[in-house]
Design a protein around this ligand. Structure first.
Ligand code: ASP
Ligand code: MG
Length: 400
């Protein structure tokens, strides 16, 4: 059997851990499997490298930064290859470039454009375990590139797509849970989750896996397994929704704390004004999320929207500009809120989901400020200090 296995930073944080992983991979190897390994940098190495760069410059040159950051993953590949040889396996470490991973885009945020798998295929044929540095590639100029933080997941799934095999992602959690077990102790691990649900969960703040990786998985039909490194429990499969027989109305609830809510009042919400507001936010790189508008024709109209709390600085600059253009506008910013999102592919065919959600809110008398829906999700902005209670009750009601 052919497989791509990816080990994240915490799983390769020490040489001891690398040796243990090597022992495990050696078992696959001795059973005759074709194994391609993708690794992240050891522990917090990438953070440490960024810190070094910042000691030199506030705005490090991005070509050099990519070159620097790529060394983190390369350390792990070489060490793991040595460890595998100690276990009697044939093995070879490859940088992203050596593995044929071509990228396009801008430094530090590149995208994989193609993978030329000839070299990997040759090494597999020669009976070697192939260890590829995650998070990196090479661009048309022949420069080393990186894929953005957390990018090794993408490297792994893209390689599995090119090599036409499954992808196993090993991390420090035992799988994907319907609700974060730190928030809700009775949370259950999911046996399977569809690509679509996983993408919504990740986008909406679940943070288990990189969204881009799941997108690639969906596009090329790569089955992705997420499980604990060297763990015994079975993890979770991210797969096609056809594989999921019983489509639950709600598969998971995610909580995103990185939210700020803004209300703009006392201005006429005619299209020209609305365009002024959102153009300005865009100009200041504020990543706008949920939008609602009341009383379009009324001079006392209002618009509400949310954006990441981490964009607060950009937001303040933008609001200053907006006030200059529409002087009467009244601005209220609300922090201490979170966005909770219920995600489920079964929402397409089940009705009454929203009704149940609002019943729970009414029952515990929890305030909500904004609500948006997609085909397979309902998102609400609620008070941060009411979030745990709300999520617990919703989890009970929808049995997740
Ligand atoms: N080492 C990189 C990071 O810390 C890539 C990864 O781990 O996926 O973001
Ligand atoms: Mg990661």
């Amino acid at each position: 059997m052919r497989v791509v296995k990816k080990f994240g930073g915490s799983s390769v944080a020490t040489t001891e851990k690398i040796k243990n992983i090597a022992m495990d991979i050696a078992k696959n190897y001795k059973e005759g499997d074709e194994v391609v390994i993708v690794v992240s940098a050891m522990g917090k190495t990438t953070d440490a490298l960024i810190k070094l760069a910042k000691e030199i410059s506030d705005t490090p040159d991005v070509r050099e930064l990519d070159s620097l950051l790529s060394t983190g993953e390369q350390q792990t590949t070489s060490l793991l290859s040595m460890a595998l040889k100690e276990q009697g396996c044939k093995a070879i470490s490859l940088t992203g470039a050596q593995a044929g991973i071509r990228t396009g885009g801008v430094h530090t945020k590149n995208k994989i454009e193609s993978i030329k798998i000839d070299r990997i295929e040759k090494h597999l044929k020669d009976g070697k375990v192939v260890i590829v540095a995650g998070f990196q590639g090479i661009n048309d100029n022949g420069d080393v590139t990186t894929l953005g933080r957390g990018g090794s997941d993408t490297s792994a799934v893209a390689l599995a797509a090119a090599l036409k095999c499954d992808c196993e992602i090993y991390t420090d959690v035992t799988g994907i849970f319907g609700v974060d077990p730190r928030v809700y102790k009775n949370a259950k691990k999911l046996e399977k989750i569809s690509y679509e649900e996983m993408m919504e969960m990740a986008n909406l703040g679940a943070g288990v896996m990189e969204t881009r990786a799941v997108e690639i998985g969906k596009k090329y039909g790569v089955r992705i397994y997420v499980g604990q490194t060297l763990g015994v429990e079975t993890g979770t499969y991210i797969c096609d929704s056809n594989e999921i027989i019983e489509k639950k109305a709600v598969t998971g609830i995610s909580i995103n704390k990185n939210v700020i809510m803004v209300n703009l009042e006392n201005f006429s919400g005619v299209p020209k004004n609305v365009a002024t507001v959102f153009n300005n936010l865009a100009k200041h790189s504020v990543n706008v999320d949920m939008i609602s508008q009341n009383e379009v024709q009324n001079i006392k109209g209002s618009i509400g929207f949310t954006c990441p709390l981490t964009d607060d600085h950009f937001l303040n600059n933008s609001l200053e500009d907006i006030r200059k253009e529409i002087p009467a506008i009244e601005v209220t910013k609300r922090t201490g809120v979170v966005k909770i999102s219920l995600v489920g592919i079964g929402m397409i065919s089940n009705f009454g989901v929203a009704a149940k959600v609002f019943e729970v809110l009414a029952d515990i008398d929890a305030a909500f400020y904004q609500c948006t829906t997609s085909e397979i999700s309902i998102s609400l902005i609620i008070k941060e200090d009411e979030a745990v209670k709300v999520v617990e009750r919703l989890a009970e009601v929808f049995s997740i």
